[in-house]
Design a binder for this molecule. Structure first.
Ligand SMILES: [Cu+2]
Length: 152
């Protein structure tokens, strides 16, 4: 019995130790890209898509480009731009990605962009954390947890 408890204690310690680098990896900053306010609008059941937004900052003096991304929580993740077409709001894929200026930021929502989760695997409920990988031209793959909510 005592031995079992000791083993359990060691296992807990080991998990504690190995969890630290994992937590560090999950930080939404890799290289010279920083992601703030990453959020997704809640979806009703069986919604075919969900929209996500983030504030992206590049501290690289060359800037960076958000190319696209992927998530285990939906079939696909696409980068879209809202645009008016003869008075009708439409959304279009963004060829070439979104440029983040050197030392500057792009607020996807304000700039008319969103990340479109195509066919979410389950409803996104307020408070859920959705793991996402954003792909940048220079910074490469950046892991970010998007929080389902109202973006506040
Ligand atoms: Cu869209």
């Amino acid at each position: 019995m005592r031995r079992a408890l000791l083993a359990a204690g060691l296992a807990a310690c080991f998990i504690g130790l190995t969890a630290a680098p994992m937590a560090a990896m999950a930080r939404p900053q890799v290289g010279e890209v920083r992601i703030d306010r990453a959020w997704i609008r809640p979806t009703p059941p069986r919604a075919p898509t969900a929209a996500g937004y983030a504030l992206i900052t590049s501290t690289d003096r060359r800037g960076d480009t958000l190319l696209d991304g992927y998530s285990s929580a939906s079939d696909r993740l696409e980068l879209h731009r809202m645009s008016m077409d003869r008075g009708v709001m439409a959304m279009l894929p963004v060829p070439g990605g979104v440029a983040i200026p050197p030392g500057g930021s792009v607020d996807l929502q304000r700039a008319g962009y969103h990340l479109m989760f195509v066919r979410p695997h389950r409803p996104f409920r307020p408070g859920d954390h959705i793991p996402v990988v954003l792909r940048f031209q220079r910074a490469g793959d950046v892991r970010v947890d998007f929080v389902v909510g109202d973006g506040a």
